[in-house]
Design a protein around this ligand. Structure first.
Ligand code: ADP
Ligand code: MG
Length: 213
């Protein structure tokens, strides 16, 4: 996959021929220094951005080089996205955030858990009625994960989800990602954390947009 950004005369080669495959049940860790292309890669994999060249397939379906509407449909059907922060809408309670994500998704019951069940599963059932700004960092990460998992996605794409957490909260979130993978989700996670790399089935290291051997 290739992704070039152009601004006037300036061209940034954010991804230069990066290939990866993540199977169901597998965790792929994407590491590399800041600016190496991790977020660009994840955005392309999630169908949030379009590669300049190459193809992204999810569950056998091509998600790249389609209309915005089609990509949105495929995302809703197959992909959950978790960011370092900003996963929750401030004016909705935790459970309403999860419910909204579910309402916007595709009904693939019986695999989808109800929002309350999902929060219980992630260990924050008691915080269902809380507002996002009342949550600790670890709770916010888990609530964000609940939003990302609201539609039982085939692929979970997580961009430095533990970057702002203390190590105990980081371990808890990492454990939840592992559990999701063991339950059959493909998990692609960008992280600087050695613990994430150690837990991953595959580690993809990027330097200047190139995958290292
Ligand atoms: P990482 O997540 O590893 O820090 P990024 O994928 O965010 O790296 O960035 C890779 C490169 O692409 C960097 O040089 C960054 O400045 C550049 N870049 C990222 N997004 C844009 C954009 N929207 N426009 C122009 N350049 C960008
Ligand atoms: Mg990044």
């Amino acid at each position: 996959m290739y992704r070039f950004y152009r601004a006037g005369e300036e061209e940034t080669l954010a991804l230069r021929g990066v290939s990866l495959t993540c199977q169901r049940g597998e965790i792929v860790a994407v590491t590399g220094p800041s600016g190496s292309g991790k977020s660009t890669l994840l955005a392309c994999l999630a169908g949030l951005d379009e590669p300049s060249g190459g193809t992204v397939r999810i569950a056998g379906e091509r998600i790249s080089h389609r209309s915005e509407a089609e990509r949105a449909r495929l995302r809703a059907e197959h992909v959950g996205v978790l960011y370092q922060s900003g996963n929750l809408l401030d004016h909705l309670s935790v459970i309403d955030n999860v419910q909204l994500a579910r309402d916007l998704g595709v009904d693939r019951s019986p695999t989808r858990s109800k929002p309350g069940q999902l929060l219980d599963l992630l260990g924050i059932g008691s915080r269902a009625a809380a507002w996002p700004d009342q949550l600790s960092g670890g709770e916010a990460a888990r609530a964000g994960l609940a939003v990302a998992l609201a539609n039982a996605p085939d692929v979970l794409v997580a961009d430095e989800p533990t970057g702002e957490l203390d190590s105990a909260s980081e371990d808890a979130v990492l454990d939840l990602l592992l559990q999701r993978a063991r339950a059959g989700t493909a998990v692609v996670v960008a992280s600087h954390s050695p613990a994430v790399a150690a837990a991953a089935d595959q580690v993809v290291t990027l330097v200047d947009g190139v995958r290292q051997a």
